[in-house]
Write a protein that binds this ligand. Structure first.
Ligand SMILES: [Zn+2]
Ligand SMILES: [Zn+2]
Length: 172
């Protein structure tokens, strides 16, 4: 269940840049965790307004996808199993959110949904898609012509998702 870890390399993790095969590096607020993506990733951002993501992030969940084989994590990471199929990771020291992953029982994640705010390189990336748009807070309305799905549309395509619930209670 542990991601690949590398030796301490905080000197290079404080600056990030898209530079060919060298990849990009991000870090949490306190710097204890750094994440390098060197390989396949989608340089676009997805947004989720589901009730669980609102609680976890405080408002808006943003992520980008990277293949697990491309991701190297350095530093201690805390993981919260937020549902039967997913975990959410954060820095235990400063609380910065790191990723959301689909996880199979006893298996390694196949891909990471990483928080773009950790990476300087992600500042210019466009918004790819937005889900649970009908659950968005009034204060968070995203402009643009990206793909949008309502809760009903998204859950119809992903029937394993337990209906935008948290702690066994419907999130109303
Ligand atoms: Zn931290
Ligand atoms: Zn969500």
């Amino acid at each position: 269940m542990q991601p690949k870890t590398a030796g301490a390399n905080t000197a290079s993790s404080t600056r990030t840049a898209m530079s060919g095969n060298k990849g990009i590096t991000g870090r949490c607020l306190c710097g204890a965790v750094s994440i390098t993506v060197a390989g396949d990733h989608d340089p676009r951002v997805g947004a989720c307004h589901c009730r669980m993501c609102q609680r976890w992030t405080g408002g808006l969940f943003l992520c980008f996808t990277a293949e697990a084989s491309a991701v190297t994590v350095t530093g201690e990471v805390a993981r919260y199993r937020s549902s039967s199929f997913a975990e959410r990771a954060f820095c235990p020291r400063c609380g910065s959110h790191l990723w959301f992953n689909d996880v199979e029982e006893g298996g390694e994640p196949r891909r990471y949904e990483l928080m773009p705010g950790l990476f300087d390189a992600a500042r210019g990336w466009p918004l790819r898609s937005e889900i649970y748009v009908d659950r968005a807070m009034a204060s968070i309305q995203l402009a643009g012509d990206h793909r949008r799905k309502t809760r009903a549309e998204y859950e119809a395509e992903n029937p394993f998702i337990p209906g935008d619930m948290e702690g066994g209670l419907p999130a109303t």
